[in-house]
Design a protein around this ligand. Structure first.
Ligand code: ZN
Length: 279
């Protein structure tokens, strides 16, 4: 199932059409996209009962973040072997966790304000938690996931590296966290542990890797995070970026107004974000 947020209302994507979930379920499920994230298992079980006759053409300009107001946003640094290598840094022995403050999150086709001279791209698999979860073992971890989406962990590198190793603020300017284009539930994916991520900057394919290159797999990340914190329905985990970011290019390459980022994950979809001058 593909669960979208259309102008603030939970909706299901049916090919090139969408249907409002509250209408399709005769009110059994509400319109609030965030509240739905704790009920995705229930929704999957009810799929056969939905009336999708009121579907309309999908207009991607009306798509909003499928997870508009998470309580917690986790992000993982250096979580791909290729990215650790290109950065010249040792592969972490425990997940390097930081946050993107929720105010940085944005819509799948939202512009990215270019806040600074060293703004960089990071395509990432974004995992959306679907249940309250504490002390979850890796073998049970996919069971607490509502679904997955595409994200960009946009990063202002000067701010990121100027704070004693505390990354969060440099990752949290307005518009630095587009997520979408919708949430894909796990039953749609052949193997959620093996997904191809790609990112294009204008016409250049700059990142192309599979999630099998992760240092810590999604289940291992959920085990590590839930050993310390309680995960809540609707929480986000940005699971790290593969090789091919701008700061490690030779010479380094950073985003400028007019650039367009296109980020795609196999089996999920793509998000497109134009870089603009900050207002
Ligand atoms: Zn990242």
């Amino acid at each position: 199932m593909r669960i979208a947020n259309v102008d603030g209302r939970a909706s299901l994507v049916l090919g090139d059409r969408v249907v409002d979930l509250e209408a399709a379920s005769a009110g059994a499920f509400g319109a609030d996209p965030q509240a739905l994230l704790g009920r995705v298992d229930e929704l999957l079980a009810a799929a056969g009962d939905l009336d999708c006759s009121s579907s309309q053409p999908l207009d991607r300009t009306r798509l909003r973040s499928p997870v508009p107001e998470p309580r917690q946003v986790f992000a993982i640094g250096l979580n791909f072997h290729g990215h650790a290598e290109e950065a010249g840094l040792p592969v972490p022995t425990v997940p390097a966790v930081f946050t993107k403050f929720p105010s940085s999150l944005s819509d799948p086709f939202a512009p990215v304000p270019c806040q600074g001279a060293t703004v960089d791209w990071e395509v990432e698999l974004v995992v959306v938690v679907g249940a309250s979860a504490r002390s979850i073992s890796a073998k049970d971890a996919w069971g607490v996931v509502a679904g997955v989406a595409v994200g960009q962990d946009v990063s202002e590198r000067t701010v990121q590296f100027s704070a004693g190793g505390q990354f969060s603020l440099g990752k949290s300017y307005e518009g630095f966290g587009p997520v979408g284009p919708w949430l894909v539930t796990l039953d749609e994916l052949e193997d959620p542990d093996d997904l191809r991520l790609r990112c294009w900057l204008n016409d250049d394919l700059v990142q192309d890797e599979r999630t099998t290159d992760m240092v810590f797999s999604v289940p291992q990340l959920i085990e590590a995070l839930s050993a310390v914190t309680t995960l809540w329905p609707g929480d986000l985990i940005f699971t790290g970026t593969p090789a091919g970011v701008g700061i490690t290019a030779s010479p380094p390459r950073f985003l400028a107004p007019g650039d367009v980022l296109r980020s795609e994950i196999e089996g999920i979809g793509e998000i497109v974000n134009e870089v603009v001058s900050p207002s």
